[in-house]
Write a protein that binds this ligand. Structure first.
Ligand code: SF4
Ligand code: F3S
Length: 98
């Protein structure tokens, strides 16, 4: 089991999730975060932290995000992120946390 980051994260990157992960499972790409499935311990700490509900358990995620399992499996190709950074607020960030 693992948790996955999905579509709503793109261009938002609020990074609240990475700050609470106890095992540094999050990795950072230029426009999104990904979770390394080999590191995630399914603790559930990150899920409620995401303002745009981009995080799901791999046991329960919307069918439309099915290809995100594969995307997250590539996480270790990117640098680890374990602290909160300024959000990206890019043009494709559709989620509004307020
Ligand atoms: Fe990290 Fe826990 Fe989220 Fe897995 S479920 S990515 S271990 S905070
Ligand atoms: Fe992305 Fe949500 Fe984390 S927008 S960076 S999954 S807090």
């Amino acid at each position: 089991m693992t948790y996955i980051v999905t579509e709503p994260c793109i261009d938002c990157k609020y990074t609240d999730c990475a700050a609470v992960c106890p095992v540094e499972a999050f990795h950072e790409t230029p426009d999104r975060l990904l979770i390394n499935p080999d590191v995630c311990i399914d603790c559930d700490a990150c899920l409620p932290e995401c303002p745009v509900e981009a995080i799901y358990s791999d046991m329960s995620y919307p069918e439309k995000y099915a290809d995100w399992m594969e995307k997250n499996a590539e996480a270790e190709n990117y640098p680890i992120i374990s602290t909160k950074q300024p959000a990206l607020y890019g043009p494709n960030c559709s989620g509004d946390p307020e």
